[in-house]
Every structure is written in C-alpha cells, then in structure tokens.
Design a protein around this ligand. Sequence first.
Ligand SMILES: [Zn+2]
Length: 546
Amino acid sequence: MTSTWPTSPPAQATPAASPLARSVGTDRRGRARTLPIFGMVVHTTGSGPAEYQKQTGTPAVNDALDYYLGRGRWKGKSDGFPHYLIGYDGTIYLICPESHVAWHAGWAKGRARWDGWTAPAWWTSVWSPRGARTPADLLPPRAGSPNDAHIGVELLGSESGRGFTDAQYDSLARLVIDVFRRNGLTAAVPPNRQLLGHEDVEPILRANRGGGWDPGAHRTSPTFSWPALWSRIQAGGGPVAPPAQAPPPPAAPSPSPSPGTGIASAPWAVFSSVAGVAEAAAAFAGGERGANRLTDIIFNARHRERAGRPIASGETALAQEWRWIRDNVVASVLRIVPAAPAAPPSAAPAAPPAATPAAAQFGRAIPAPRRWAGILQLLDRYRGDVPLDFLLGWIEVESDGRIDEVTSLDERGFFQIHPDESKDARPPIQHARLSTDPDYSVQAGLQLARYYAALARSRFPWIPAGSELFWRVVKLQHAMGSPLAKRFLTDMHNRGIPFTWDNIKRFELSDGPRFHRLFRTDRGRFGRNVDRVFAYGRARAHSLGR
Ligand SMILES: [Zn+2]
C-alpha cells in the first residue's frame, strides 16, 4: 500500500495543537516527539464516564477529562491519555500537544510483542487484504509502537456503548482533515495504516471473539463506522490540501514571553508554539478583542523586518499567512472567550479589499468555484466575528451562491431573505436590491444574522455567546421562527436539560409536538436544517481552502 512518509517533521507542523481543539488550561505530555506524525488512532473511552454520569450526575465529559488529566477522583490513578478527546456535542478537547507523545496505544515490548502471534479471524479478514500480517506491519519505519507516530483521539462513549453522535463524527472528520493537512499527510479510505482504530493495533486487549470494541468498527453490528467518517472527510473538502492552503512556515522564533504576558494561560496556551502569539496574548490581557487587530499584532511580531508595512496585493503568501493566523489562531481563541461588545468590523489594514465583483458574476451560468470565490471575498470584508462556516452554509443551503435565485415566495438574494423579513428589519432591507447588488446582498444577510445573534444573546444568556452551539441556536431561531424558538428553548432550559446540540435535537423530537404542529409533520426538521447548514458550510469552507 502507498503512504506518504515525510522523513523529518514538516516545517509547517505548527501550532502543536489543532486550532479546532479547546484547551482546558492544562495538559498531559509524554516525551517530546522524535518521529514525524504518520497518522491517527481512533479510540473510545468506553461506557465508564457515561455510567459515572448516570450514578452521580457528573457530566461524562468531565469525568473523562479528569481521567486523562489525572485530576479529581482519578488523581494519581490514571495512566493512558490521548492527544484529543471528543465530547458528545462535538467539542474537541486538547489533552496532549502534538509535539509530544501521548500514551494511547503502547506496546510494552515494542514490535517483539507480535512475534509468533496468531491473528484472530476478524483481524485477518480486515488486514490481510491490506498486506499486513501483524499489527507491527501497520507502523511506519522506526516506530516501536503506535504511540511513536500516531495521534490518539478518544471519542466519549455512551452508556449503552452503542455508538457516537453525529457531532462526534463531524468533529472527528474535521480533526482528521486538520491533522493530515498540517502534517502534509494524504488520507485514503479507512481503515488503513494512517487512519485506524485501537482495536486494529491492539487486537488482543481491545477485542474479544466478537471483534474489536475500541472503537468497534469490525463487529457484526459495528459501534463505529469508518464509512460514516470517510464520507464526512470527503464532504469536508477531501483529505488532501493543495500546497497553497498549507499553514505558513514558522517565522524566526519569537522572543520568549516574559512572565505575566498571559501566554501560559488558556486560551492562548495551545498556540504557544506559534511565533507572535505571546504579543497577542499580552494585548488580549490588556483588553484587546478585535480579531483583525489581534491578527495584525501576531503578523507584525512574526515579520518585524516589515516594520508594520501593509501587505501589498502581490504578496499572496503573506496575505495567506495573515488569513491563516486570523482564522485558525485568533478565531479559535475568540470563540472560547466571552464575546466582546459588538463593534463595527474594521477592515483588515493588512489586506486592503479588492473591487466588488458584479452581480453577473453570481448568476446561474457562472461556474460554482467562481461564484464562491467572490462570495468569500465579500464575506471576509463584512462578517467581522460571525463564523465563516455558518454563513457559507446558510448561503449554500438557501441559494447555492446564486444572487438571481428567486423563490415563489419572493425570497431573494444569497441568503434568500423573505419579503416580510426585509420589511421587519431595522433599518428595512431594500428587497429588490438583494437580487442585483452582491455587496448589499451579503450585508443584508449579515444584518439578519446579527439580529438573530442579538436576540439569542438576550433570550438565552446561558449559552456561551460566540460558541458553535450559540451559532447553531442563531440558525435554529431563523428556521423555527424566533417566537416559537423562544418558547421551545426556554421550556427546555426551565426543565433543567443541559444545553447541548444533541439535547436540543432530542428535545425537538420528544417535546416539539407540544409546541406546534410543524414539529409533527416533519419530525426533526429544524435540527436537521441546522446540521445541514453547518455541514455544508464546513465542506464549502474547506473547498475554498479555509
Ligand atoms: Zn483505546
């Protein structure tokens, strides 16, 4: 089988953690990595944390975090730990930076473990056609166990042990794409040497006669589905990033941060290996919350030789680096801190906007890639802190990026705004102009998105503003209609049901019909609409190199 095998750690393997992951303010580390990252091993925590939740009410994810970080009831008792843990709602938690080895799939005796081994039938049926006789054949050269060169990811298991949430699959796919992209790896249909399960590399301890159970892909009734993951990886823009989309190479090492700059603390700590982050963390500690301003600070610290000179239009690699910093580092940090008071989005001084494409560029006859490139440019100009995935998904689901799309209800423009929404907006939206003026069509959609965001912030203050859950609820209000969404979500809150996206979808199925007949005619429609928006948005963002 073919596989990409870089001979030294790639220059762009920075930061040492996925920007998709959330730091919990502390981490675990094995020894520093000496071999380049070769692939990923998927695990499940098993049902332990979920059972503990049932007994004690402690959220399963908290117990799993305690276990891997050696805290709470697990202080001094835990041994193994992965690089990442994915909770039921899709949140990816950082346990160990990628720059270090995690103890998630070790072999005490190294490759000798498999001397004289007889493979169980289920394992042979999976791996013999793929050219492997023992798990040692699944490792890259020089690795003594999967720990040496594979990133470990744990999926939080359910009490029944019967599978994982859509949000977990979605997040795992995003994480795979991100890890592979940052490390110059090429993915193929899993399972394969670079993307496999703990049961594949540990078929004795992590399996029984029925097949593997960690994460459980090879059982007669699988509890984990590689095809479900693979379809999401493909929808997410494919496993291979064109070289132009790779993150920038690290600049000269930045001066070590002085004590008190705040870099050691969450939320910046996970990016501590990125040059310039210390300076941004200091500005952040001083109250700076502007995404573009923070990006400038990092960028300028990485490029002192430029003395703050703006990026010229021909300097595409630098412009790309600037955007990478904003979208991967700064946006990740701002996502997990309380939202700043709304400020008008400032244009990025480092990247002056180009001219607006004409409406004809967004017509039905224009090939999709050209339409979407123009939309991306307009969104970046106006969206401020509104997430790109959310906006791209909204546009894709509603109009596929065609400005001339008009429904029989006279919904118009990229966001397919209903005439009543235009009329009710303050200031009112010029409805006809939505179909003829691309710049205006984008700004009107953002006006609507910000309106629903402000409603969500005041009506549902218990949802962390700016989180992914927050933006899902923003879209849910749009899908359901805001009065109905208010009654529905407030009732769920009053019942003390924890606010996760999965719980909202479950509540829609179980209790929705009490609120409106709409919930009966097409069960689960609102949750599905929001899922679609975010899945399409992510796929579109990846296809645009973002
Ligand atoms: Zn495992």
